[in-house]
Write a protein that binds this ligand. Structure first.
Ligand SMILES: *[C@@H]1O[C@H](CO)[C@@H](O)[C@H](O)[C@H]1NC(C)=O
Ligand SMILES: *[C@@H]1O[C@H](CO)[C@@H](O)[C@H](O)[C@H]1NC(C)=O
Ligand SMILES: *[C@@H]1O[C@H](CO)[C@@H](O)[C@H](O)[C@H]1NC(C)=O
Ligand SMILES: *[C@@H]1O[C@H](CO)[C@@H](O)[C@H](O)[C@H]1NC(C)=O
Ligand SMILES: *[C@@H]1O[C@H](CO)[C@@H](O)[C@H](O)[C@H]1NC(C)=O
Ligand SMILES: *[C@@H]1O[C@H](CO)[C@@H](O)[C@H](O)[C@H]1NC(C)=O
Ligand SMILES: *[C@@H]1O[C@H](CO)[C@@H](O)[C@H](O)[C@H]1NC(C)=O
Ligand SMILES: *[C@@H]1O[C@H](CO)[C@@H](O)[C@H](O)[C@H]1NC(C)=O
Ligand SMILES: *[C@@H]1O[C@H](CO)[C@@H](O)[C@H](O)[C@H]1NC(C)=O
Ligand SMILES: *[C@@H]1O[C@H](CO)[C@@H](O)[C@H](O)[C@H]1NC(C)=O
Ligand SMILES: *[C@@H]1O[C@H](CO)[C@@H](O)[C@H](O)[C@H]1NC(C)=O
Ligand SMILES: *[C@@H]1O[C@H](CO)[C@@H](O)[C@H](O)[C@H]1NC(C)=O
Length: 804
C-alpha cells in the first residue's frame, strides 16, 4: 500500500518533470557541464552539481529547469558548496534562455562578477547574496529589462549603483552590506511602479535621499540604514494608499526636523530613525494616529522629544528614545504590547513609576538618568533585561525584582544602593546571565546560595563594601566567564573552585591571602588581576603553561578596527568569527576586541624567582609584578612576549643584568624596572631609548643611557613628552572590556546593537581606543598613523576608481 502510493507519487513527479520541462538539448547540456568544470565543489554539500554527468536528460537534474523546447531557463545553485571564479567567457553567459539564476551562499571570495549580464536578456530573478563577490558593481545588470528580483546583499561590491529606470518590472532590490558608494540621483529607481522592496543598508552611500523613493507606488520596505546619507528630508504629500510599512533610515547623517509625512503613512509598521542628526522638538503624540506602528526608534539624534498628551493605547511594541532630552516618563500605562523600551541617557528624575513593572516589557533600559527611587511594585514576569546603571538609586535592592522569573541581565551598577544582596537574587537563579552590582555601597556577604542550576556568565560586585568570602557555591556556575569582586573587603584564599570556563578574574584590592596553589587551572583565562592583596608564596605555583587563553593562537589574528568602514568589508580569512543573521542575510562577524590579556599580581607578598614559563604567555599585553619580593634575574624568556605593551617589575629584589631580549619588544610602551638590585649596562635598542630614567632608577648597579646624563639630552627619541601622560596605577576600565567581550559574555542584545549600527559602533570603538590608548599609548599612536595612511590610500583608490 505504502509502496504503491510512493510509486504513484514518483510517477506523478516524473510525469510532471517531463511534461513541464522539455528534453534537454545537447548544447545546453554541454554548457552546463562546461560551467561545472569552471567551479570547484564541496562534495559534502548534498545538492552539489558534482553529480552531473554526460548521460541522462539535463532537464531532469534537480536544480535545473527547462522550457518546453529544452532550453535551460532556471538554475538553482544556492548553497551549492561552490567555489572558484566566474570568468568573462564563462559558459554561464551562453545559457541565454536563463530567467532564474541562484548563486547565493557559495564561496566566490576571489571572484568579481563579470559585467556580462546583458548577454542574458531573459534574466528575471538573480540571486547572488552572501557569496563573497568582490570588485565593481556589474553595471550591465541595469540593461536587463525583464529583471524582477535582484539580490546581491552581503558581498564586497564596490563602486556606485547604476540607475535601474529601464527595469520596469523590478519588484525587489537587495544590495545591502556591500561597499557601494556614491549618491542616488532623481533617476535612480524612478518609475519602478512595481518596486516593493528596496534594501541598500550597510553601504557608504551619500548625498541626500531622493524624495521620490518614499512615494514609489508599490514601495513597502525601504531600508537605507547605515549609510552616509545627509541633508534634510522635505515634507511631501503622501497618497492615502501608500503601502510603506518598513522605513529604516537609522545610522545616517540626516538632519533637520523629522518630516511630518512619516506620521501620515497609514501602514507604517517599523519606523527607525535613530543615530542621525534630526533636530528640533518632536511631539510624540504624533504617533497616536498610526494604528499599525509597532516599532519606533528615535535614539541618538539631536532631538527634544515632547511626551505630553501621549495617552496612547497603541500597539507599539518597541520604543527607543535614548538621548532624546526627555525630562518626564512618557505615559505608556496603556501601551500593553510594549516589549522593548529604551529611555537611557535622558534627564528622567524622581522615582521609577511603578506601572513600568506591571507592563509586559521584556527589555528595559533606563540607564544614565537621574532616577532616585525604585518603588515596591508587582513585577510582571516578562522582564528579561533590566538596565538601571548610572542613576542615583538609593536604598536596598528591592526584592520584588526576584519575581521576574526570566531575568537574564540585571545591571544596577553605579548607583547609590546600600544594604546587602538579597539572597533571592541568587538562590533562585533568577538572573541567568549577567548580574552587575558594581559601584554601589552594598555591604554584608555574598550569599552562599548559588543554585546547582546556576547559568550565570558575568558576576560583578566590585567596588562595594562586601566582606566575608567568595561563596563556594559559585562553583555551581559552570559557565561563568567574568568574575569581578575587586575593591571590597573580602577575606579569603584564592578561589580555586571557580569554573574552568573563566575568562576574567578580578580580586584586586581585597584581603585575599595564601598562595596560588590550585589543583586545576583555567585554560581560557585572559585577564587575571589579583593585585593589592596579601597573597604570598612562589609564582610557579600558578600553572602558567596551562593558560592557553594567554597564548597566541595560530596563525592569524586579525583585529577589526573602528575605521574599517564596514564590518563586512573584510574577507573570510578571519578566524574567531561569529555568524549572525541580520534580516535574513547571514553575516559573518569577527571578534571585535583583540584578545586583551593581562596579568596583574602587583602589591602582594610573592617571593622567589619569576618563572621561565611566563615566556609561554605570548599574547600578554600587560604584565605587572611590581611591589612584591621577587628575587633572582629577570628571565630571558620575557623576550618572547612580542605583544607586550606594559611591563612593570618595579619595587622587587631582582638582581643581575637586564636581558638584551627585552630591548626587542617593539610594542613595549610602558616599562618600569625601578627599585630593584639590577646591575650592568642598560641594553640598547630602539624601543629602550624612549624610556626615561624613571624606568630604571633605584638600581644602584645600573648604568648607561638614559640613566647617565641623559636628562638634558636634546636628542631624546620617540614620543614628545607633551602627550605622554603615562598611565600609572590606572585600573583597566572593565566596563568597556566587558562590553567588548559582549557577545562572549552573552550580552547578546548589546553586542548585536553594536555590530549592526555603525554610528554606535564608531562611538564605541572611539571609547575602547581611548582606554587602550591610555594603557598603550605608543601602540595607539602607531595604529592612528597606520590608519591615517590607510585612509589616505583608500581615498586615493576611491578617486582613482571614480576617474575610471
Ligand atoms: C564543505 O561543507 C561542509 C558542510 O557544509 C563544511 O563543514 C566544510 O567546511 C566544507 N568544506 C570546505 C573545504 O569548504
Ligand atoms: C549519471 O547520473 C545518473 C543520475 O543522474 C546516474 O544514474 C548514473 O549512474 C550516472 N552515470 C555515471 C557514469 O556516473
Ligand atoms: C546598456 O544600456 C545603455 C543605455 O541604457 C547602453 O548605452 C549600453 O550600451 C548598454 N550596454 C550594453 C552592454 O548593452
Ligand atoms: C507590475 O505588476 C503588474 C501586476 O502584477 C503587472 O501586470 C505588470 O506587468 C508589472 N509591470 C509593470 C511594469 O507594471
Ligand atoms: C536643525 O539643523 C539645521 C541644519 O541641519 C539648522 O539649520 C536648524 O537651525 C536646526 N534647528 C534646530 C531647531 O536646532
Ligand atoms: C544639537 O543642537 C544644538 C542646538 O540645538 C547644537 O548646539 C548642537 O551642536 C547640535 N549637536 C549636533 C551633534 O549637531
Ligand atoms: C494636552 O493636554 C492638556 C491637558 O492635559 C490640554 O490642555 C492640551 O490642550 C493638550 N494638548 C494637545 C495638543 O492635545
Ligand atoms: C488607559 O485605558 C483606560 C481604558 O482603556 C482608560 O480609562 C485610561 O484613561 C487610559 N489611561 C491613559 C493614561 O491613557
Ligand atoms: C508576556 O509573557 C506572556 C507569557 O509568557 C506572553 O504570553 C506575552 O505575550 C508576553 N508579553 C509580551 C508583550 O511579550
Ligand atoms: C511575588 O510573587 C508572589 C506570587 O507569585 C507574590 O505572593 C508576592 O507577593 C510577590 N512579591 C512581590 C514583592 O511582588
Ligand atoms: C547615597 O545614599 C546615602 C544614604 O544611603 C546618602 O546619605 C547620600 O547622600 C547618597 N549619595 C548620593 C550621591 O545620592
Ligand atoms: C599544568 O597544566 C598542564 C596543562 O594543563 C598539565 O599538563 C600539567 O600537568 C600541569 N602541571 C601541574 C604542576 O599541575
Amino acid at each position: 500500500m505504502a509502496v504503491s502510493s510512493l510509486l504513484r507519487l514518483l510517477f506523478f513527479f516524473v510525469f510532471f518533470v517531463i511534461f513541464v520541462d522539455g528534453q534537454c538539448l545537447d548544447d545546453q547540456k554541454k554548457l552546463l557541464l562546461d560551467l561545472r568544470s569552471e567551479f570547484k565543489f564541496n562534495s559534502s554539500v548534498p545538492h552539489s552539481i558534482v553529480n552531473w554527468n554526460e548521460t541522462g536528460d539535463c532537464c531532469e537534474w534537480n536544480i535545473v529547469g527547462c522550457d518546453d523546447s529544452g532550453h535551460v531557463t532556471s538554475l538553482d545553485l544556492n548553497s551549492g558548496g561552490i567555489s572558484g571564479i566566474i570568468g568573462e567567457s564563462s559558459a554561464l553567459f551562453r545559457l541565454t534562455y536563463l530567467s532564474r539564476l541562484g548563486l547565493s551562499r557559495n564561496d566566490f571570495t576571489t571572484s568579481e562578477i563579470p559585467n556580462q549580464f546583458h548577454r542574458l536578456p531573459n534574466l528575471a530573478y538573480l540571486r547572488m547574496s552572501s557569496s563573497g563577490f568582490m570588485g565593481p558593481f556589474p553595471s550591465t545588470l541595469a540593461n536587463l529589462t525583464e529583471l524582477v528580483e535582484l539580490a546581491l546583499s552581503g558581498n564586497f561590491l564596490t563602486g556606485s549603483i547604476p540607475s535601474f529606470h529601464n527595469c520596469k518590472n523590478l519588484e525587489s532590490i537587495g544590495l545591502s552590506y556591500n561597499n557601494l558608494m556614491g549618491t542616488l540621483s532623481h533617476l535612480h529607481f524612478q518609475g519602478l511602479r512595481n518596486l516593493s522592496r528596496l534594501d541598500l543598508s550597510g553601504n557608504s552611500l551619500s548625498g541626500t535621499i531622493p524624495q521620490h523613493l518614499f512615494v514609489l507606488p508599490s514601495i513597502d520596505m525601504l531600508d537605507l540604514s547605515n549609510n552616509q546619507f545627509s541633508g534634510q528630508i522635505k515634507q511631501i504629500s503622501i497618497v492615502d494608499h501608500s503601502n510603506l510599512g518598513w522605513l529604516d533610515l537609522s545610522g545616517n547623517r540626516i538632519g533637520g526636523p523629522i518630516p511630518n509625512f512619516f506620521f501620515q503613512l497609514p501602514n507604517i509598521f517599523n519606523l527607525w530613525l535613530s543615530d542621525n542628526l534630526f533636530n528640533g522638538t518632536f511631539k510624540l503624540n504624533k504617533i497616536r494616529s498610526l494604528t499599525r506602528l509597532s516599532s519606533l526608534t528615535l535614539s541618538n539624534n539631536n532631538l527634544s522629544v515632547d511626551t505630553n498628551n501621549m495617552s496612547s493605547s497603541s500597539y507599539i511594541n518597541v520604543l527607543h528614545m535614548s538621548s532624546c532630552n526627555l525630562h518626564d516618563f512618557p505615559n505608556l500605562r496603556n501601551a500593553s504590547y510594549m516589549s522593548s523600551l529604551d529611555l537611557s541617557n535622558n534627564r528622567l528624575r524622581g522615582d521609577i513609576p511603578s506601572w513600568i513593572w506591571e507592563t509586559e516589557i521584556s527589555y528595559l533600559d533606563l540607564s544614565f538618568n537621574l532616577l532616585k527611587g525604585l518603588k515596591k511594585a508587582l513585577i510582571s514576569p516578562n522582564f528579561s533585561v533590566v538596565l538601571l546603571a548610572n542613576n542615583r538609586l538609593t536604598g536596598a535592592i528591592p526584592t520584588f525584582i526576584c519575581n521576574a522569573s526570566l531575568l537574564g541581565v540585571l545591571d544596577l551598577s553605579f548607583n547609590n544602593l546600600s544594604g546587602s544582596i538579597p539572597p533571592c537574587l541568587i538562590n533562585k537563579g533568577i538572573v541567568s546571565q549577567v548580574l552587575n552590582l558594581r559601584g554601589n555601597k552594598i555591604s554584608g556577604v555574598i550569599p552562599d546560595q548559588f543554585s546547582s542550576k546556576c547559568d550565570l556568565q558575568t558576576f560583578d560586585v566590585s567596588n562595594n563594601n562586601l566582606g566575608g568570602k567568595v561563596p563556594m557555591s559559585l562553583s555551581n556556575c559552570k559557565n561563568l566567564l567574568v568574575m569581578n569582586v575587586g575593591n571590597n573587603n573580602l577575606n579569603d584564599i584564592f578561589p580555586c573552585m571557580l569554573s574552568l570556563s573563566l575568562r576574567i578574574l578580578v580580586l584586586r584590592s581585597n584581603r585575599f591571602q595564601g598562595d596560588l596553589r590550585c589543583s586545576k587551572s583555567w585554560p581560557n583565562l585572559q585577564i587575571l588581576d589579583i593585585s593589592s592583596n596579601d597573597f604570598s608564596g612562589r609564582l610557579n605555583f600558578l600553572n602558567l603553561s596551562s593558560l592557553r587563553g594567554m597564548m597566541l593562537q595560530s596563525p592569524i589574528r586579525v583585529r577589526l578596527k573602528r575605521s574599517d568602514s564596514n564590518f563586512l568589508g573584510a574577507n573570510s580569512v578571519y578566524r574567531n568569527e561569529v555568524t549572525l543573521t541580520v534580516k535574513g542575510i547571514e553575516v559573518k562577524l569577527v571578534k571585535i576586541w583583540p584578545d586583551f590579556t593581562s596579568i596583574d599580581l602587583s602589591s602582594n607578598r610573592f617571593r622567589g624567582e619569576i618563572p621561565d614559563a611566563i615566556g609561554d604567555l605570548t599574547s600578554l599585553y600587560l604584565l605587572n609584578l611590581s611591589h612584591n619580593s621577587l628575587t633572582d634575574a629577570i628571565p630571558r624568556s620575557l623576550g618572547a612576549l612580542t605583544e607586550l605593551g606594559s611591563l612593570d617589575l618595579s619595587a622587587n629584589k631582582l638582581t643581575g643584568r637586564i636581558p638584551e631580549e627585552l630591548a626587542k619588544l617593539t610594542f613595549l610602551s610602558v616599562l618600569n624596572l625601578s627599585y630593584n638590585h639590577l646591575s650592568g649596562l642598560i641594553p640598547t635598542g630602539s624601543q629602550f631609548q624612549t624610556f626615561s630614567a624613571d624606568s630604571f632608577e633605584g638600581n644602584a648597579g645600573l648604568s648607561g643611557f638614559p640613566l647617565n646624563g641623559s636628562f638634558n639630552n636634546p636628542h631624546r627619541f620617540g614620543p614628545s613628552p607633551s602627550d605622554d601622560s603615562e598611565p600609572k596605577d590606572e585600573e583597566i576600565e572593565w566596563g568597556y572590556v566587558f562590553a567588548a567581550l559582549g557577545y562572549v559574555v552573552g550580552f547578546g542584545s548589546i553586542a548585536w546593537t553594536l555590530l549592526c549600527h555603525r554610528r554606535l559602533r564608531e562611538r564605541y570603538f572611539e571609547k575602547i581606543e581611548e582606554v587602550a590608548d591610555k594603557i598603550f599609548y605608543e601602540r595607539g599612536r602607531r595604529r592612528r598613523h597606520e590608519r591615517r595612511v590607510r585612509r589616505r590610500e583608500e581615498r586615493r583608490n576611491g578617486l582613482r576608481r571614480h576617474h575610471h
